[in-house]
Design a protein around this ligand. Structure first.
Ligand code: PEP
Length: 249
C-alpha cells in the first residue's frame, strides 16, 4: 500500500498569528482520515506550528534546507537544525527554488544526500516547463531531473523519498494538467524508477501531483491510479479548501 498524502506548501505566506489561525481552522475541520496530511509553513513559524500540532496527526514539514550541516552560509537552515525542532520531512526541488534561486540538479543531489544522512524524508519536486511540453520533450526533461538528483541513491534510500510531479506551467497559474496528462506522467515516472531500480520500489513510492489543485478538480486528479495525493499551494492557505482537497483523496 502506498502512502496517501496531501501536503500544503504555504510558500512565503502567513505570519505567526495567521499560522496559528490557519492551523486551528484546519484542525477544527479535519475529521478522521487515512490520508497523511502535511503543512509546510515558512521557517519562522515551523516551531510554533510543530508545537501547535504535537497531539495531532498533521505533520509539519519544511519548504527547503541547505546541504551543509552548519557553517558560513548566511540566511540558510540545515537538516540538523530542522531535526532539532522535530521536523523530519523537507520539500526539495520546488520549481520556485529552481527558477528564482538557481537550484539545479547537482545542488539538489547534495541536498538530497544531506537530508537522507540526517534521517529525513524528502518530498522531491520536479516537472517540465511549458516549452518542454510544447516541444514534446516533457518525458525526457522529467527523466533527467530524476536521474540527475536521485538515481545515485541506493535502493534502500527510496523508503524516505516521496515524489511530487509539478508541471511548472500549472503552478499558481490556475491551469491544471488534465487527469489523463497527470496519469500518463506518473505512470512514466513509475516505469523509469522500475527500470533503474525494481518493480517493488516503483510500486512503493508515492507520487503526488501538484499544480493548481483545487476543491473542484482534486477528486478527478486523485482518482488516477498512479496519483497518490497532492502538493497544494494556493488552496492550502484556506482551511476549508485544503480540507476539501484532503477529503477528495
Ligand atoms: C506548489 O507550489 O507546489 C503548487 C502546486 O502551487 P499551486 O497549487 O498554487 O499551483
Amino acid at each position: 500500500m502506498r502512502r496517501k498524502i496531501v501536503a500544503g506548501n504555504w510558500k512565503m505566506n502567513n505570519d505567526l498569528a495567521q499560522t496559528e489561525s490557519l492551523i486551528s481552522g484546519i484542525r477544527k475541520k479535519l475529521k478522521k482520515t487515512d490520508v497523511e496530511v502535511m503543512i509546510a509553513p515558512p521557517f519562522t513559524n515551523l516551531f510554533a506550528a510543530f508545537e501547535a500540532l504535537r497531539q495531532s496527526p498533521i505533520e509539519v514539514v519544511a519548504q527547503n534546507m541547505h546541504y551543509a550541516d552548519n557553517g558560513a552560509y548566511t540566511g540558510e537552515i540545515s537538516a540538523e537544525m530542522l531535526k532539532s525542532i522535530g521536523i523530519s520531512t523537507v520539500i526539495l526541488g520546488h520549481s520556485e527554488r529552481r527558477a528564482y534561486f538557481g537550484e539545479d540538479d547537482a545542488l539538489l543531489a547534495k541536498k538530497v544526500d544531506s537530508a537522507l544522512k540526517n534521517q529525513m524524508t524528502i518530498i522531491f519536486c520536479f516537472g517540465e516547463e511549458l516549452a518542454d511540453r510544447k516541444s514534446e520533450n516533457h518525458f525526457k526533461v522529467v527523466e533527467n531531473q530524476l536521474k540527475n538528483a536521485l538515481f545515485h541513491l541506493p535502493a534502500e534510500a527510496w523508503k524516505n523519498i516521496i515524489l511530487a510531479y509539478e508541471p511548472v506551467w500549472a503552478i499558481g497559474t490556475g491551469e491544471t494538467a488534465s487527469p489523463e496528462q497527470a496519469q500518463e506522467m506518473h505512470y512514466f515516472i513509475r516505469e523509469t524508477i522500475a527500470e533503474k531500480y525494481t518493480d517493488k520500489i516503483s510500486d512503493y513510492v508515492s507520487i503526488l501531483y501538484g499544480g493548481s489543485v483545487k476543491p473542484n478538480n482534486a477528486e478527478e486528479i486523485f482518482s488516477q491510479p498512479d496519483v497518490d495525493g497532492g502538493l497544494i499551494g494556493g488552496a492550502s492557505l484556506v482551511a476549508e479548501d485544503f480540507i476539501a482537497i484532503v477529503k477528495a483523496l
